[in-house]
Design a protein around this ligand. Structure first.
Ligand code: SF4
Length: 507
């Protein structure tokens, strides 16, 4: 019997920037960062030092050799949504000409194509479509499991569950009881795990500004707690680089860590689930209402105001943000009217901190789709152990202007060039194939010019009519172009890769 691991020590008095022995203990899992220490690291630790500590912690957890990816397919079953998140370019109203809801036939066909190229899971999320009854979801899951019993169904993020409770009004005195009833039915029908979409930033001041009608952090976290109780694994996500302050990011990680502690304590002896991964990515602004906000440092906000922001003053989000999440918008008149977009170093800093801070979460994903594959590759040296998904289509982030996409040989090469062995994993992070031989997808490529990134497939091209809201439809045919000769058994579609769940919604 394995002895219980001692709880990590906490010493708020230590300056993590000046005490290497403390950071050694953090790397070993023997010391835990406080929110104040996390904020200090995020703001002030030199980038190279931060990367080094995060890499050491990652090696402590995952070893020195293997870094992973998964092959799955992102199926966005509907873009009709009752929420109006200001960072979203994907949603449509039911009456919009390019709204759609996929038919069962279309969804099953997509899974068939995924299985044909060796994919192992689907990530299925959608807008909050009030026209779909619970039976639509239950029958869909049953049919998926009947046709594809080995495909892992990673579906329905917390905001969708919140809307299920609102739409279907199940019995129960509390939100927790209601969502438990619905989640049980979905699990029995075939749901395997719950993606962490809609995490965004948990702090109420930020959340109420960017997610109009979106679920509260408490509802989000409670939904995941119930999933863990029912034995399902989940992920946690964070979208940063908009109106939030640095303290908001640390607060977000702190809540994730606390609720993971709680899940482990409450459900470890009953095969409970837990957060298996944390993935953070920078906000993408194209085609989004929030993206029209001025970037910090680019001039005044009022009509005719041209004066540049005074960059000697703190960013409004930093004025508002508090480490305990108690910040209020009244603390700065320009809060929510300025965005501070995250570049490569900000992305790497945030990801590296998540590796050090979240000492109870197994996987940190390199969510490189928004920053470009080579920044993501560097992310493998900044605490990430996983490159995310080689995917066959993506509709959400690509709506906001992201165009990076990769296929299996390229993702393997990125991992190998970063100094690691690439390995395909499943949803539980078990290794399926370690690519250590000459038949590895990347090592079989003779001509890399054939493997340049292709435009992402989208379900409904913007501006082009597709399925209407009043009927479910097959939407736009897939444009999967399987490669064959060059990569042999590791044939993959002209795939795209995306950060995990970017599908928030409302309560
Ligand atoms: S992010 Fe999700 S919940 Fe928010 S508007 Fe877009 S589709 Fe709806």
């Amino acid at each position: 019997m394995t002895a219980a691991r001692p709880a990590p020590s906490v010493n708020p008095a230590i300056n993590p920037l000046a005490d290497a022995s403390f950071m050694d203990a953090v790397v070993a899992g023997a010391a835990r960062l406080t929110p104040e220490q996390g904020l200090r690291i995020l703001r002030d630790m030199p980038l190279a030092d931060l990367g080094m500590w995060a890499d050491l912690r990652c090696r402590e957890v995952h070893g020195d050799h293997i870094r992973t990816y998964v092959i799955d397919r992102n199926i966005n079953y509907t873009n009709i949504c009752t929420a109006k998140c200001t960072f979203c370019a994907f949603r449509r109203d039911a009456e919009d000409h390019d709204s759609y809801t996929l038919s069962y036939e279309s969804i099953l066909h997509k899974i068939e194509e995924l299985v044909a190229i060796g994919g192992t899971q689907i990530l299925m999320q959608g807008g909050m479509n009030p026209e779909l009854p619970l039976s639509w979801y239950l029958e869909l899951l049953r049919e998926i499991k009947r046709r594809f019993p080995n495909v892992h169904v990673h579906a329905f993020s917390p905001p969708e569950f919140v809307e299920f409770v609102n739409f279907f009004d199940p019995p129960g005195d509390t939100y927790e009881a209601k969502v438990r009833g619905i989640m049980r039915q979905l699990k029995d029908a075939g749901l395997d795990s719950v993606p962490g979409g809609g995490g965004e930033i948990f702090a109420p001041a930020v959340r109420s500004k960017i997610g109009l009608g979106k679920c509260t952090a408490e509802a989000w976290l409670t939904t995941m707690y119930v999933a863990h109780e029912l034995g399902m694994n989940t992920s946690s996500t964070m979208m940063f680089g908009h109106i939030e302050g640095h303290a908001d990011r640390v607060h977000h990680m702190e809540l994730t860590r606390q609720w993971q502690d709680r899940a482990i304590a409450d459900f470890a002896t009953q095969d409970g689930g837990r957060y298996k991964a944390f993935i953070s990515w920078p906000f993408q602004r194209e085609n989004t209402p929030l993206g029209r906000a001025k970037e910090w440092g680019q001039g005044g906000a009022g009509a005719g105001a041209a004066a540049a922001d005074d960059l000697s003053q703190p960013f409004p989000g930093d004025v508002v943000a508090k480490l305990d999440g108690s910040g209020t918008k009244e603390a700065h008149p320009e809060f929510g009217r300025r965005v501070r977009m995250a570049g490569a170093t900000e992305y790497l800093r945030t990801q590296a901190l998540s590796r050090l801070y979240l000492d109870n979460i197994h996987s940190i994903g390199a969510s490189w789709v928004t920053m470009g594959p080579h920044v993501g590759q560097v992310g493998l040296r900044f605490g990430a152990n996983d490159m995310g998904s080689v995917m066959m289509e993506e509709n959400v982030v690509s709506s906001a202007g992201t165009v990076h996409c990769l296929n299996e040989p390229v993702i393997c090469r990125l991992i190998r060039d970063a100094g690691f062995l690439p390995a395909q994993r499943n949803n539980a992070y078990n290794l399926l194939k370690v690519h250590d031989g000459p038949t590895s997808p990347d090592l079989m490529v003779k001509d890399w010019s054939e493997l340049r990134a292709k435009p992402m497939h989208q379900e409904a091209p913007r501006g082009a009519g597709s399925a209407s809201a009043s009927k479910t439809a097959n939407a736009v045919p897939l444009t999967v172009t399987a490669r064959t000769a060059a990569v042999g058994a590791h044939t993959a579609a002209n795939s795209s890769i995306t950060p995990p769940p970017v599908m928030p919604a409302k309560i």
